[in-house]
Design a protein around this ligand. Structure first.
Ligand SMILES: C[S@@+](CC[C@H](N)C(=O)[O-])C[C@H]1O[C@@H](n2cnc3c(N)ncnc32)[C@H](O)[C@@H]1O
Length: 157
């Protein structure tokens, strides 16, 4: 996506996808870049009920690291309520190494902690959040070994 959208929802319905964020972000999206892709823009606060129900996948990139565990569980529970049995939740975030962490990982982690009282998380912390929201970890694909940037795939249980 071209803009700072918080998630992309791939819907099996008329529109193939929706990109959701707060009004100020949605308002800045260059709609000409979306022409022909079948992506609708939606104003959505992930602390509320997810309006797109039964999507094939719900994708959140660099959103949860802004929030405390309690808020993350709320966001994930809202997504779970929208999930069909075969929906996938894809969380694109850093997964911290628990040993030999490099500055590429520790600096962003400290930044999140000091600015927002939020955090980067390791695998156990992600698993804990998911299970508190009634979700189960399927797999983690780390696409940047240096930073630990990964896609965490989860399903409803
Ligand atoms: C760090 S940015 C990531 C942007 C984009 N996903 C990316 O990967 O570049 C976090 C995004 O989450 C959105 N966001 C965070 N909290 C939100 C909320 N409560 N309601 C709507 N959007 C929210 C912000 O507006 C912002 O666009």
């Amino acid at each position: 996506m071209a803009a700072g959208t918080s998630s992309i929802v791939l819907s099996p319905l008329a529109a193939p996808g929706a990109s959701q964020d707060q009004p100020s972000v949605i308002g800045r999206v260059d709609r000409t870049q979306l022409a022909g892709y079948g992506v609708v823009l939606q104003i959505y606060d992930p602390m509320g009920l997810q309006p797109v129900v039964g999507a094939k996948a719900y994708y959140l990139r660099i959103v949860l690291h802004d929030y405390s565990d309690e808020k993350c569980v709320e966001v994930l529970k809202n997504l779970r309520l929208a999930c069909a049995p075969d929906s996938l939740i894809l969380i694109d975030e850093m997964v911290l190494r628990t040993e030999d962490a490099q500055t590429e990982q520790t600096q962003p982690g400290l930044r999140m902690l000091s600015y927002l009282l939020a955090m980067e998380r390791d695998r156990t912390q992600w698993e804990d959040l998911l299970s508190r929201a009634g979700l189960q970890l399927r797999c983690i694909y780390t696409y940047d070994a240096e930073t630990g940037d990964s896609v965490i795939a989860a399903v409803s249980v």
